[in-house]
Design a protein around this ligand. Structure first.
Ligand SMILES: CC(C)=CCC/C(C)=C/CC/C(C)=C/CC/C(C)=C/COP(=O)(O)OP(=O)(O)O
Ligand SMILES: O=P(O)(O)OC[C@@H](O)CO
Ligand SMILES: [Mg+2]
Length: 251
């Protein structure tokens, strides 16, 4: 089964899926494996690997291989540039930062990576990546024209543009470690125009309650990274966030 079909099944079954983001550059591969195992035990649905600085290469490759040995969940690449590719994963989010001012993040990195992807034949999912306020490191690195939280219709216009380009996923990003998750009004406005297209929401989600709010507002997939990397008990916190999201969707 493709990763895309697997995630669609999870969303069909539970209303929402949860993905754990691990930045291979933030810790040694052994520590990333420990986090991935804890997240899997806590009920996450997939592992995503990526970072906006020092995005890939040897550490990414080692981390993906070692996680694959211990965790049965799909490993999805979330590349900051072409170094974010490794054949040791199952799928890549082939994304365009649509609200970037830098053509390299809209299409340039993708052109550089296209033939690698063609030759290895890895599954890829076309995705509109939209960086919203505050935007964090990725907003700076990706030279984004940050989408204001109080103007959800601007984010919705970008999301529709991605959809009309044929992108099946849209990722509404507040930036890793954002003080607060994106407002439900923004998530709801974007999901309203996307209809059946998949909406990922991430950045600043730290507990079950905020995961529930994002899911109820319209997120199909919730991503958490920073909190899990910093948690004393990554398994328990993942379980709280996963259960919060899934219960929130049904509420
Ligand atoms: C498809 C290909 C080959 C490349 C895509 C290139 C694009 C569009 C990149 C977008 C801009 C960018 C730098 C994205 C990185 C996304 C990412 C992995 C962010 C999250 O990483 P964390 O480690 O949580 O946070 P940091 O930002 O602190 O690293
Ligand atoms: O690290 P956090 O704040 O959970 O953000 C996750 C993800 O949206 C970052 O790309
Ligand atoms: Mg990082």
């Amino acid at each position: 089964m493709t990763v895309e079909d697997y995630l669609s099944e999870v969303i069909q079954r539970d209303g929402v899926a949860h993905i754990t983001l691990i930045d291979p550059a933030s810790q040694k591969p052994e520590e990333s494996v420990r986090l991935a195992v804890a997240a899997a035990e806590g009920g996450t649905d997939a592992i995503m690997l990526g970072g906006s600085t020092d995005a890939g290469g040897y550490l990414l490759d080692m981390t993906a291989k070692m996680i694959k040995e211990k965790v049965k969940l799909p490993i999805i690449l979330f590349p900051g540039n072409t170094t974010g590719f490794t054949t040791s994963a199952d799928c890549v989010l082939f994304m365009s930062l649509l609200n970037s001012r830098d053509p390299n993040y809209i299409v340039g990195n993708q052109v550089q990576g296209a033939f690698t992807l063609y030759k290895v034949g890895m599954e890829s999912i076309p995705m509109a990546y939209l960086v919203c306020e505050p935007g964090g490191t990725v907003g700076w690195v990706g030279d984004a024209k940050i989408l204001p939280r109080k103007k959800p219709e601007l984010a919705a216009a970008y999301a529709l543009t991605g959809k009309y380009f044929g992108m099946r996923y849209t990722y509404l990003e507040a930036g890793s470690g954002a003080d607060a998750p994106l407002p439900p009004e923004m998530i709801g406005t974007v999901k309203h125009v996307l209809k059946d297209s998949i909406l990922i929401v991430g950045g600043g989600i730290r507990d079950g309650k905020s995961a529930a709010i994002c899911a109820k507002a319209g997120a199909d997939i919730i991503v958490t990274g920073t909190v899990i990397e910093k948690a004393d008990n990554a398994k328990a916190l993942t379980a709280e966030i996963v259960q919060g999201a899934k219960a929130g969707k049904k509420a």
